[in-house]
Write a new protein. Structure first.
Length: 206
């Protein structure tokens, strides 16, 4: 589900070059990274709109109301990604569940959420629409795919002992399997793109 490679930009990039990058990549926001690819913020079309409005108005702005407006006015005076970006950025780890990533994407209000390793380095992006599709996929379709994984992972004599339940993308495995086969099956099911979570309730047999 993660898109790689991910477009990014340095914090010293001028705002006009940022606008060109967004247009070229056809995205609404891009992560800002330092020299070691650590994500330090995100710059979006909204950030650029405030800047362009400020420039085209001859550095005149209308009424400045609440805190949000004052922050936008301060950003609009900036010239580079470091001035315009939203920081710190909301990011997600590659091992996060779809539900966790969806929650963070909702908090960020971005269509593309940066994915970082545990050191904070950019490794990709995940699209909000892909998360939504994963969350609303038909449970019956997921169950059919899990059943196919059981066929490929488990010896014929053990397949009947595994029961599968799927609800809103959460897969529950019950029954009994040899521990090695159970571990392999769980790993296979976790690898299904639209699975939100795997609840392993399998008991080990000799």
């Amino acid at each position: 589900m993660m898109d790689v490679p991910a477009a990014s930009l340095r914090d010293d990039l001028p705002y006009r070059d940022i606008a060109r990058l967004l247009a070229r990549e056809q995205v609404g926001a891009v992560p800002v990274v330092d020299d070691e690819d650590h994500v330090v913020g995100v710059v979006s079309e909204s950030d650029l709109l405030a800047k362009v409005a400020f420039e085209t108005s001859g550095h005149r702005v209308g009424r400045i109301g609440g805190l949000r407006e004052r922050r936008m006015h301060g950003k609009a005076r900036g010239e580079t990604a470091a001035d315009l970006m939203t920081s710190p950025a909301i990011t997600v780890l590659p091992g996060a569940t779809v539900a966790e990533a969806a929650w963070l994407a909702a908090l960020s209000r971005l269509k593309r959420l940066p994915v970082t390793d545990r050191g904070g380095r950019l490794v990709g992006v995940v699209r909000r629409n892909a998360l939504l599709q994963a969350l609303i996929r038909d449970d019956a379709g997921i169950r059919a795919e899990v059943a196919a994984r059981i066929e490929s992972c488990c010896p014929p004599g053990d397949r009947e002992s595994v029961e599968v339940a799927v609800h809103d993308g959460v897969v529950e495995l019950t029954g009994s399997l040899p521990s090695a086969d159970a571990a392999r099956l769980v790993a296979e099911v976790e690898g299904i793109a639209d699975v939100v979570e795997v609840k392993n309730l399998l008991t080990a047999t000799p």
